[in-house]
Every structure is written in C-alpha cells, then in structure tokens.
Design a protein around this ligand. Sequence first.
Ligand SMILES: [Zn+2]
Length: 478
Amino acid sequence: MLKIFNSLSKNIEEFKPIKLGEVGMYACGPTVYDYPHIGHGRKYVNDDVLKRVLEVVEGYKVEHVQNITDVGHLVSDADEGEDKLEKGAKKAGKTVWEVAQEFTDYFLKEMDSLNIIRPDIECKATDHIPEQVELIKKIIENGYGYDTAEAVYFDVTKFEDYGKLFGQSLEDKLVGVREEVVTDNSKKHPADFALWFKRVGKYADHVMHWESPWGDGFPGWHIECSAMSMKYLGEQIDLHTGGEDHLSIHHPNEIAQSEAATGKKPFVKYWFHSLFLAVDGKKMSKSLGNVYKVADIVEKGFSPMALRYYYLSAHYRKQMNFSWEGMEGVSNSYKKLKKEFLSLRVEGGQDKNVFGKNAVELSGRETYFRDEFVNAVENDLNMSEALAVARAVLKDDILSSFEKRRLVENFDKVFGLKLSEHDDMPIEVPAEVTELVNKREEMRKSKQWAESDSLRLEIEKLGYKVSDFFDGVKVEKI
Ligand SMILES: [Zn+2]
C-alpha cells in the first residue's frame, strides 16, 4: 500500500481514498502571466509521478483536475498590488486575454515536452465565475464572509484553527503583506482575505470584470480552486497538490473557505507539496539570470527526459539543486540507462503488466525486482531508489533479456522517461523529411535496398541523418 507524507498532519500516512478504487486529485495549476521555469517543471513532474504510481502500481482510476489561473492573482499572496496579468499585458502591449492564452499554450507545450500526462480536466478560472459567485454566497450565508466598500472578505477569526493549518502561524501568513501597499482599512483582521474584489478604487479600471451580487468586480485568487475542485471532484476530495509556496496562504485559505461553505471536514484528505528547486544553491531570480525554462535546457543539447531523470533523482520533499554540471551528470546517467535498455534486443509481448491483481505470471527473480521497485515507490515516492532498482535489473546476470525488458518497460510507465523511444530529443523534422523517412521504411520492408539507400542520401541532403534500429528508426539533425 502506498505510504505518503500528508503535509497537513505532517505524518507519513497510508493512502486510502474516500471511494473504493477511485482517486480525485486536484492540482494547483499555473498563473498564466509569465513563462514557466524548471522549478515549475519539477512540481508538475512530481504530481505526474504520484498520479502514475496511483494508476500503474496501485491500480486506481485517477481523475486529475488542474486549474489555469487567468484572473485574480495579484502581486503577492496577500490581496494588495497590481494584477500580474494586467502588468504582463501592459508590458507586452497585448490584451489580458491574449497574454493568458499565449502563456497557457506555452505552459502546455513545456509540460508535454516533460512527458507529463495531461490532466483529465484543465479548467480556467474565467470559465467558472458563476461557480465562484455561488460559493461566496454560501460562505456569507454561513456567517464567514463580510462585505466592505472595496471587497468581500473571508473572516479568518470565525474559522477555528485557521492560524494553525500546515503548522504555519498567523504571523507567517502576514509576511506577504507589504508595507508600501495600501491596505483596505475596513478589513476586520489583517489576515482576512478577499473572496471578491469590487471594481472601485485602485481596481476601478480592472480589465477583467463580471457582475455579482456585490457589484461589478472579479474574484480573489483562492476561491477559484475551491469552486473548481468541488465542481469536478465533489465537496471532499482525496488528494490536493501544490508547491511549497502554497503552504502559508493559498492552501489554508482554500481549506477555510471550502469547509466554511460546505460544513464538511476535511475538504482534502491528503495534501502533497513539492519543494522548490534552487540553481547553484541560490533561489531562481530574474536579477541573477538563473531562471531557466525547459527550452533553455534543450537548447544546450540536453533531452527534456534527462531533466525529468534529474527531477526523479531528488526526493520531492527535499529542495533540489540544479546546476549545469549536475545536468551533464544526470544526462549521462540517463543515456546509459537508456542504452542498456535499448540494447536488450528482444521484441514483442514484454509490455504485459507486472503490477497488481492483473499481473502476468513472473519468475521468482522477476518478482523479487518487481517487489523492490514497488517498495521503493510506495515508500513516500522514493524514486531515486526505484531508479536504482531499474539499473540493477539491467545489470543482473540471471534475468533473461526478455524479463529485463518486461520489468523496465513496466517501471518506465511510472518514470515516464521514454526509455523505449530512440528519439527523446524534441527536434522539428520537416514534413518533407518525414515523408522520405516513411517512404524509405516501406522500401526497407519490401527489401528494395537500392531505393532505400538513395532515399537515405536524399534525406542527408536535407540535413538529416537516419539510423536504423531493430524496432524503428531515429532521425537526427546532421
Ligand atoms: Zn490552488
């Protein structure tokens, strides 16, 4: 059984979902006003690994919902400041809607390049305004919200334990409030947070706005996650993920407003938080010039799969340190693992499932390694240990090539490292080249070697090299 650290209880707990066989998983998604960086990549890969373990090893059906924040997330987690999206739009000379769409597309592309399985539902905050309004109404009806001239606030003093959630004190929650910004003086408590902002005062010109019972305005950031997780997964959910930055404000606020609205506890059974990534031991920042995107890694000649291997080597509850030397090292480890795997020249039938009730019959030695792998991942996702098991399988003297391939192919359903694909570098192959490659494959299949060779030369003239493997071809730029 999977054992996982629950950041709310601060204990390692056995994972038991509310409904038998099914898991509802909500992941806090991107705020689409800027490019995602490799720190974001780490968080989403960790979510992806958890989801793969639940599905592949534990046999659950996972419903994965992830939001896209395209409104309401202001400069800090506290409620003051300029809207990040509007700021980004102004800078780029575009509309807020254009900026949000552009960064959403970019985010999805980067996450695809890391071989992250897309969520079942990707929902935008701006598509769920009525749901957010309904939820705010309930919170007010239940006595947890109040209306001022500028906004509707959640009254944190009405919610017992608000100050203790995730072991953060109320003082921690106030750190985000900056001195230089103007605070709404009619707030009852400085930690009260906005559920709805009115289009008055400093937000009089806010571009995105909707009608509501409290006047024209726009939702606060936190309410979207409560509203959308409830819409798609119900009032109580199994699993909620996020980055460590959400521990102090965003997630306590989600819990407070959700439980205040429904009266049901707990809103979430297990909270899963990924720690941040540092670069050369320092926090990533634009001023240090060390904010890297996945695309920057690829530009230096590394496969996104090598970066994914880097992520897997660091435990999700430890801060990860990225360096270019480290990247070089893991890239070599990744290439070595892949080479060993691909050199098992066996075909067909290996992809049969080795996990759970529907596993195929395994030899004693195979069972031993399968269990080692399962123990590693079930131990709070010890992925570096799981990778060590895969390496040990490939080096083993007793297992047959067939068994090795069958095991590691199954492990890779959890790693997501594309070990069986010769091509893991995302190169843009022109349609013209692809057409020639396919034609050449046909010639080879019908043993027309002269034609196939002349097609190879044609492909090379276009600047691409094609290499043959027993189970496919690899196309590279020359
Ligand atoms: Zn959220």
